[in-house]
Ligand binder design. Structure first.
Ligand SMILES: *Cc1c(COP(=O)(O)O)cnc(C)c1O
Length: 444
């Protein structure tokens, strides 16, 4: 049995000085049971914990890392930037270079403003949409996550979903009074009160739920019909499912984009962008206020730029192909085990570009297409057992059924083969654990 003594000791100390022992709730393992591993270092596709256990890391900071951990080019870019000073409160060339790199890759996105997180990006994009249209109402989709700002913390995905909170305590009803939550993959009826419709164009915070054909096009038409703006939250999909993100992938152009994760190269960055006409409402040119002491931070822009310039379209295509084959193999391996055990369960392993989801569902369930269906999959409880059995075998999936796997450019055939090699055995153990627990709960 692997040693986890140092992680356990750190977690005990952490719980004394920080709520739940973590800086972000999903890291607590509450959704899967057990204690989190504390990371000592990352190396490409791997993380090594403080007890020396090594894992193929499919978390990759929930998608912030595209080229793998501690890539030498990124490390050098950060080191070089740091030698020149880490923050000034005055403009730097790095901001121009990163903004240029973003607008050059995303057709239709003429300008961006840099912030420090995806949360800020989405929050600010909404403010721009409201300022531009002079309207209040925001439409979002159940199971989509747009960060933890008050107005968007309704029907959220990711950690909010994991914790089973439809909303959050501490968010007054007034803050979400103008937020309308509707089901994913169905085009809602909207009217002239709507400032914007915000959507994850490929939903990746309720597991991986691709848009059905016509959904994004339908949103574009619905927005155009009433003069509302369409906001793509590409904090995950941006610069991951291709250089042009989900708007290029789908052929549907939004009015506003939100970015984060990949564009920081592993440091805290977000950005929101759109047509120059729309962003013109922002201060200092316009009346919509938005600001940030560390916005456009030199280390973060250097790291982000290093990643964006390193990864060309060929690399994206190769990664998506490799991961697509991996997803098929994983579905095969897991499906065989479920069939052999007569578990009455099936598995779905959707993939979009290099994003991979794992849904265990009762047999006969169609492809998971919205939050209700994602919740039904999570309710089987099998993901949590599978997660634990995989972790014991040296593979770190995300510790919650609503997250997705983020194989990076550092995940070669060998690392991905390792995952599929141990997955069947892990699932068999997970099923056995689940059966045993069911018997304990219902004696006789
Ligand atoms: C992660 C995420 C956010 C929030 O980004 P943070 O950097 O965690 O604030 C927003 N939208 C989506 C789609 C995300 O996945």
């Amino acid at each position: 049995m692997a040693d986890h003594g140092r992680s356990e000791a750190l977690f005990a100390r952490a719980r004394r000085v920080t709520p739940g022992g973590v800086s972000s709730p999903v890291r607590s393992f509450r959704a899967v049971g057990g204690d989190p591993y504390f990371v000592a270092r990352g190396e490409g596709a791997y993380v090594v914990d403080v007890d020396g256990n090594r894992y193929v890391d499919l978390v990759q900071s929930y998608g912030a890392s595209l080229v793998g951990h501690a890539h030498p080019v990124v490390v050098e870019a950060i080191a070089e930037a740091a030698r020149n000073g880490t923050t000034f409160g005055a403009p730097t060339e790095g901001e121009v270079l990163l903004a240029e790199a973003i607008v050059a890759r995303v057709p239709g996105c003429e300008q961006v403003r840099l912030v420090s997180s995806g949360t800020e990006a989405a929050m600010s994009a909404i403010r721009v949409a409201r300022g531009f249209t002079g309207r209040s109402r925001v439409v979002k989709f159940a199971g989509c996550y747009h960060g933890h700002s008050d107005g968007l913390l309704a029907g959220g995905g990711s950690g909010v979903a994991t914790l089973g909170l439809p909303d959050s305590a501490g968010v007054p009803p007034g803050a979400v009074a103008d937020t309308v939550v509707v089901p994913y993959n169905r085009v809602p009826e909207i009217d002239e009160r709507v400032a914007c419709v915000i959507v994850e164009p490929v939903a990746a915070n309720m597991g991986l739920v691709p848009p059905r054909p016509g959904f994004l096009e339908g949103l574009r038409d619905a927005c155009d019909a009433v003069g509302a703006l369409l906001v793509f939250d590409e904090v995950i999909t941006g610069f991951r499912i291709g250089a042009g993100g989900a708007s290029e992938w789908s052929g549907v152009a939004p009015d506003l984009w939100c970015f984060g994760k990949v564009i920081g190269g592993g440091l805290p960055v977000g950005a929101f962008g759109g047509r120059a006409e729309v962003l013109g409402v922002l201060a200092p040119d316009g009346p919509v206020y938005q600001a940030g002491t560390l916005s456009g931070n030199p280390l973060a822009t250097a790291a982000g730029l290093a990643v964006l310039t390193m990864v060309d379209q060929a690399a994206y295509t190769e990664l998506a192909d490799r991961v697509g084959r991996f997803a098929d193999r994983l579905a095969g391996v897991l499906g065989d085990v479920l069939d052999a055990e007569g578990a009455g369960m099936a598995v779905q392993v959707p993939a979009v570009g290099p994003l991979v989801g794992v849904f265990f569902t009762p047999t006969g369930t169609g492809p998971v297409g919205d939050y209700e269906e994602a919740k039904a999959s999570a309710a089987t409880g099998l993901y949590a057992r599978f997660f634990t059995a995989m972790l014991d075998r040296g593979v770190a999936f995300a510790p919650g059924p609503y997250e997705v796997a983020f194989p990076s450019l550092a995940h070669g055939e060998a690392e991905l083969a390792f995952v599929t090699d141990v997955a069947g055995d892990a699932l068999a153990e997970a099923l056995a654990t689940q059966a045993r627990e069911a018997t304990v709960r219902q004696p006789g």
